[in-house]
Design a protein around this ligand. Structure first.
Ligand code: SD4
Length: 336
C-alpha cells in the first residue's frame, strides 16, 4: 500500500477515535514558560502542524488537524475547521442558528487569508450557512476581495451553495424574548460558542487563517463588525505570523487589531506580548468603557509559538498540536 493511501486510510478509519481521544486528553502540557518580560505564560513548542482557534471549539480544531495530518494545507484546514461550527446549530454566534439582528434576520460575516497574502470576504450574507467557504470562493474565483449582501448571496448560489433559513427555533425564541425589553448591550462572553477565528500552520510551515460569525446579537440591521475585515478581524503574514480577533468588533476595527498584533510580532514581540499590547491599546484609551465589553486575540508566529489575551476573564484559545487538543484559559487585563 502506498504511504499516502495508508495515511488516508488510517486517519479516516481512526478519525473518530483520534478526535475522541484528543478531546478527553485535555491535560495541560509542560511546554509552557513564564515570560520574564510580562509574567504571562508563553508557549515554547514549535512542532508542526498546529491549529489554534478562538473559544472552546475542540471539534473544529480536530477537524482542521485531520486535514493537516492527511497532508492538506493550512487554507483547507481553517476552512474545514470553521465549517464545523457554522453547521453547528447550537452555536448561536456562527452560521446556522446564529442570533439575528434586531429585525430578526441572521446575517453572516466571514473572511479567509492564505500564506500568499490573498484574501476573500463576505459581509451581510443571508441564507447561506458556510460563509467561510463563500469567502474562499470570492478569493479564488473573483477579481475582488469582498462581496456584500444580495451580491454575496447571488454569487454563493451561482457557485453552488444551497440557500436555507438560518434562523432556528431556539434563536427565534431568544430574539422574541429580547424584543420584550429591546435593550441592546454587548454580551461579554458567550460560553463555548462564539465567533470562530482559526489559524493553522501546515507541515510546510505555511500559515493561513479564517474568521466567521453572525456578528453581535440584535445588532442594527446592516451592521458589520471586524470579523470579515482583513487587518481587523484577521491578518496573516507568512513571513511573520497571524492573528485573529473576537469580541466587540467596533473596538477591534478602531485599532486595526489583527494587523497591529502581526506588526508587533514583526518588531520582535512574542505572540503573547503582541496580544497583550494590542489589548492595552484598547483599554488605555482615554474614557474607554472597556469594563462593558470583551475583546480577545489569539496569535501565532512563524516559529509556531502561540499567544492569547483578552480584556476580561473567560476567554479561551483552543490549541491542537502534537496529538493534544485543549482549551486553554487566556490571560486577561481586567483584574477587578
Ligand atoms: C463582531 N467580533 O461582529 C464579532 C463578534 C464576536 O464574540 O466576535 N463575538 O463584532
Amino acid at each position: 500500500m502506498k504511504r499516502r493511501q495508508f495515511i488516508k486510510k488510517t486517519s479516516l478509519t481512526s478519525a473518530g477515535i483520534a478526535i475522541g481521544a484528543s478531546l478527553t486528553n485535555c491535560t495541560n502540557s509542560n511546554k509552557k514558560e513564564i515570560s520574564e518580560a510580562t509574567g504571562s505564560t508563553v508557549e515554547k513548542t514549535a512542532s508542526l502542524p498546529l491549529v489554534i482557534a478562538t473559544w472552546n471549539v475542540k471539534n473544529a480544531t480536530a477537524a482542521a488537524m485531520e486535514v493537516l495530518e492527511e497532508g492538506g494545507n493550512a487554507l483547507d484546514a481553517v476552512e474545514q475547521g470553521c465549517r464545523v461550527e457554522e453547521a453547528n446549530e447550537k452555536g448561536q454566534s456562527v452560521g446556522k442558528g446564529g442570533l439575528p439582528d434586531r429585525d430578526g434576520h441572521v446575517t453572516l460575516d466571514a473572511c479567509i487569508m492564505n500564506h500568499k497574502g490573498d484574501c476573500g470576504a463576505v459581509v451581510y450574507l443571508k441564507d447561506i450557512k458556510h460563509a467561510v467557504s463563500v469567502a474562499r470562493k470570492v478569493m479564488e474565483d473573483t477579481p475582488h476581495v469582498m462581496l456584500a449582501g444580495d451580491g454575496a448571496k447571488q454569487f454563493a448560489i451561482s457557485s453552488g451553495f444551497q440557500p436555507e433559513d438560518l434562523l432556528t427555533e431556539a434563536s427565534k425564541k431568544a430574539w422574541e424574548d429580547w424584543k420584550v425589553e429591546s435593550e441592546y448591550k454587548p454580551i461579554i462572553n458567550i460560553e463555548n460558542h462564539d465567533t470562530i477565528g482559526m489559524l493553522a500552520i501546515d507541515k510546510n510551515g505555511d500559515i493561513s487563517g479564517a474568521c466567521t460569525t453572525s456578528g453581535l446579537a440584535y445588532k442594527m440591521a446592516g451592521r458589520v463588525g471586524d470579523s470579515p475585515i482583513i487587518g481587523s478581524g484577521l491578518f496573516v503574514d507568512n513571513e511573520i505570523g497571524a492573528c485573529v480577533a473576537t469580541g466587540l468588533g467596533e473596538e477591534v476595527v478602531k485599532t486595526v487589531g489583527s494587523f497591529l498584533v502581526v506588526e508587533l510580532m514583526r518588531q520582535g514581540k512574542s505572540p503573547q506580548e503582541a496580544c497583550e499590547e494590542a489589548i492595552k491599546r484598547i483599554v488605555s484609551k482615554p474614557e474607554s468603557n472597556y469594563k462593558d465589553f470583551q475583546v480577545g486575540y489569539i496569535a501565532v508566529n512563524k516559529k509556531g509559538e502561540t499567544g492569547s489575551y483578552a480584556i476580561h476573564k473567560g476567554f479561551t484559545m483552543t490549541k491542537c498540536q502534537d496529538g493534544e487538543n485543549e482549551a486553554l484559559e487566556s490571560g486577561f487585563f481586567n483584574k477587578t
